[in-house]
Design a protein around this ligand. Structure first.
Ligand code: GLP
Length: 240
């Protein structure tokens, strides 16, 4: 794994932006695997600014997102579908039909997982962006998830519900379940780019980079990926 330590959140976002932009410019048909959360917001802002200023073209780019809360529609202000529209897609010339995310309202969860896996199998992700949960989760693959999993439904760990409650009105309103790409899907991406910012991610960063490769810390699987870059700011890299 290649590790880059950036001075702060802004410089982490800028390094990530250079990598993303390079991918899209080199291959206008790129398939980008995208993530939600506060960590990638700086990167998304830079992508939107760059598109406005320099016209970087997303007309043939496709995107697939990692995960979505179960029970939230794409119009819900807490849904990851809406997060992506508001923070990235609305600012780029990307065709909406080229952006994929699980349907949080699917009535048959099993068929939804199969549908999404088929999409992933047909797309071949060029670069997968990831944040880290403070417990070392990637997407919503919580500690204990088998490395061989594909898209599935998860019950969120109590610590994840607590972490993510800052974005909801109350802890009770955080959905308890979510659809998520599996670890196998993530590992199939040609490149993986992990971002981490803040001292609450320091343990997870250590586990991802230096810890034992174990299903108890899902991000540790990335040590087995042939082309993975992790960019952490100083606070997140403090234990390395
Ligand atoms: C959620 C998402 C993850 C994300 C994590 C960290 O649990 N499912 O994909 O990486 O939160 O979020 P943040 O970047 O807000 O710390």
């Amino acid at each position: 794994m290649k590790v880059i330590v950036a001075d702060d959140y802004e410089s982490m976002s800028e390094r990530a932006f250079e990598i993303m932009k390079d991918e899209v410019v080199r291959n206008p048909n790129s398939v980008l695997g995208l993530a939600t959360g506060t960590t990638p917001l700086g990167l998304y802002r830079l992508m939107v600014d760059d598109h406005k200023r320099n016209g970087t073209d997303y007309g043939s780019v496709k995107t697939v997102n990692l995960d979505e809360y179960m029970g939230l529609s794409s119009a819900d202000r807490q849904s990851y579908a809406r997060f992506m529209r508001e923070n990235l897609f609305d600012g780029l010339n990307i065709a909406r039909e080229n952006t994929y995310i699980e349907n949080g309202m699917a009535s048959d969860a099993e068929s939804e997982c199969l549908r999404y896996n088929e999409i992933l199998d047909g797309l071949n992700i060029d670069i997968q962006l990831l944040g880290l949960g403070s417990n070392g989760h990637i997407a919503f693959n919580e500690p204990g998830t088998q490395f061989g999993t594909e898209t599935h439904v998860v019950k969120l760990a109590d610590s994840t519900v607590k972490d993510n409650s800052r974005l909801f009105d109350s802890t009770e309103s955080v959905p308890t379940h979510a659809f998520t790409m599996g670890i196998k899907n993530i590992m199939q991406a040609k490149k993986v780019l992990v971002l981490a910012s803040g001292s609450n991610k320091a343990k997870a960063v250590y586990g991802a980079v230096r810890g034992e490769v174990t299903e108890e810390l899902p991000a540790s699987v990335l040590q087995l990926h042939p082309d993975c870059t992790l960019i952490a700011d100083r606070a997140a890299a403090a234990l390395l």
